[in-house]
Design a protein around this ligand. Structure first.
Ligand code: MN
Length: 318
């Protein structure tokens, strides 16, 4: 459920085409990728659309069958400069990290790991759950003030919910409809699970930009259809959004103040410069203390050097 982000998704550093300050509906295709044994639909980052607020990564994963001993099986791997936000709609996953956290997550709960300057984790079979697994993993880019800071892990077993016209909103991060999530966020941000039975109007903030990622069913915004495998970017300047649903649907609403710090993303790292990415890569390759150790039976995930350090590099990855 974690990365890696490659230059196929988006160049390591390139500004988005635009962050329109007016309402819009820009529909982009997710890229199908394989993470471990799972097919994911990667809605962010894509060429021309790297961030929505500070949200910088969105993988809709599964559904797929897992067993007690064979699940996501994502071995230990490092992160810098981001938070991982894990939300399941079906199944269970065991998270382990270099802080010593060991936490099973189930639908309705949130796992949130803050990398600060460096952390590593694995995502594994639980040892007891057998069945279907489906969910979304999101990354949030950390701002300058906390991206070099200490790592942290939070598990929220319950999250606030609020009623919609004909549905229920669960607030993963931030404030929505008067309900406030306890999850840490370091920039103005919101993430909401919308479980819709029929067309509903949801409250927005005009100073946030937003996008919708549909996980199940289909919806439409301003007459534009959105279904799994698409990202619907909505721009800024709306104080509410009418989400048309002619069938039961589940969508993730992502929003926030446009993230103004130019980011560089490669593999599992969010930084600002090639030097920062290089230093993180070197630490992971050298197995030094920066990323700690994860108590996992899975092998740590290896990676080759960033594209600009490969022998045939000619300024790629810019
Ligand atoms: Mn990860």
């Amino acid at each position: 459920m974690s990365g890696p982000v490659s230059t196929v998704d988006a160049p390591a550093a390139q500004p988005d085409a635009s962050h329109p300050s007016a309402p819009c509906v820009e529909v982009t295709d997710s890229r199908e990728a394989t993470v471990g044994k799972f097919t994911v639909r990667r809605a962010l980052p894509r060429r021309g659309r790297r961030t929505v607020g500070a949200w910088c990564f969105a993988d809709h994963m599964g559904p797929a069958d897992v067993t007690e001993n064979s699940g996501l099986d994502i071995g230990p791997h490092p992160h810098i400069g981001l938070q991982t936000v894990t939300w399941l709609t079906d199944g269970q996953v065991l998270h382990r990290d270099s802080l010593g956290s060991e936490q099973v997550i189930k639908p309705g709960q949130l796992n949130l790991m803050t990398s600060g300057g460096g952390v590593s984790h694995s995502e594994e079979a639980t040892g007891h759950y057998r069945g279907t697994l489906e969910g979304i993993q999101l990354w949030v880019a950390l701002p300058e003030g906390t991206r070099h800071g200490p790592a942290g892990f939070e598990h929220h077993a319950e999250l606030p919910r609020t009623r919609l016209d004909d549905g229920v909103a669960t607030v993963l991060v931030g404030e929505f409809g008067g309900a406030d999530s306890p999850a840490r966020h370091d920039t103005p941000l919101v993430g909401v699970d919308l479980d819709l039975r029929a067309t509903s109007t949801v409250p927005l903030r005009a100073d946030f930009e937003y996008a919708l990622v549909v996980l199940e069913g289909a919806v439409a915004v301003d007459g534009r259809p959105l279904r799994p495998g698409k990202l619907g970017y909505l721009g800024e300047g709306r104080d509410e959004l009418r989400v048309e649903a002619r069938e039961p649907a589940r969508a993730i609403l992502l929003g926030g103040e446009p993230f103004e710090e130019p980011i560089m993303m490669w593999w599992n790292f969010v930084g600002r410069t090639r030097e920062e990415i290089d230093a993180a890569y070197d630490s992971w390759a050298a197995q030094d203390d920066r990323f700690g150790r994860v108590r996992s039976a899975l092998p740590r995930i290896p990676v080759g050097p960033p594209p600009w350090r490969r022998p045939d590099a000619r300024g790629r990855g810019r």
